[in-house]
Design a protein around this ligand. Sequence first.
Ligand code: CAA
Length: 278
Amino acid sequence: MKVAIFGAGTMGSGIAQVFAAKGHTALMYASSVASAQRHRDKLAASLNKKVARGKMEQAAADDIMSRVRVEEFEAAADADLVIECVAENMAVKKELLGRLDALCKEETIFASNTSSLSLTEMAQGLKHPLVGMHFFNPVPVMKLVEVIAGGNTPAELVEWTKNLSLEIGKTPVVVNEAPGFVVNKILVPYCNEGVCVLQEGVASAEDIDIAMQLGCNHPMGPLHLGDLIGWDVVLSIMDVLYNETHDSKYRANVLIRKMVRAGKLGIKSGEGFFSYNK
Ligand code: CAA
């Protein structure tokens, strides 16, 4: 299958790796061909690191990269599947999907990796039906895919997406459209609450994370997890939850806004509530 992935950041690169590892051709798209090439190089470097640590065979890494390609926009015309993972912004996603709608063959399946936005609104005006295929970070490691049915997603497309998720080694759960779906409706307010606990001076960032790791057996605490997700992403999801429901339990802590404005986004920027070597 030829899969065109739009947005080559953490999620897009991980999705490309997963599809390529299962024998599919993965086209990586970013804001420009040069930028997509840089993301492809980064993916190759991360696989090479795994090889160096003895976690992956060189042949497996080469095999994956032989199927990850960077091409011009027009090459997506005959893709079997397009997955958009661009910025978590309705206008940006709709603009891209509109251009793809005009470009792609009728049979191309359209999927969105949105982590919180309305599939029904995103699909408005498209000839191609749209399904949600929500992966988790880090994509090669996390087993779950939330398969999201928007208001007009055909039942057969939901079924097809479930089967595809199984085929690429993931476990799908079918979710009806709702802001944040299942995981982010629970997990993102949890990260926000971690920041509230810090802001109230209840404990240090280190101790909040140790408490949740050792007290609940979570693999990482809420502040490290927000650093992994990216506080810009956490903030945009909190804002979607709040704007869709007007429920004050979804109010983003102002410290998160301040962190985002300061560019302290977490692991991807080198600093969040903790510091990371770039
Ligand atoms: N990409 C690829 N592989 C990665 C990786 C990455 N970014 N980070 C870690 N891994 C791999 C490692 O290579 C390792 O695999 P091998 O054993 O084959 O080498 C494995 O994961 C375990 O890694 P580590 O031993 O380095 O570290 P760890 O045991 O502490 O695990 C973790 C790291 C998997 C990230 C773990 O801490 C974890 O599961 N954290 C929670 C992650 C989580 O909750 N993700 C969901 C975020 S929410 C989201 O994504 C949705 C959204 O829309 C916002």
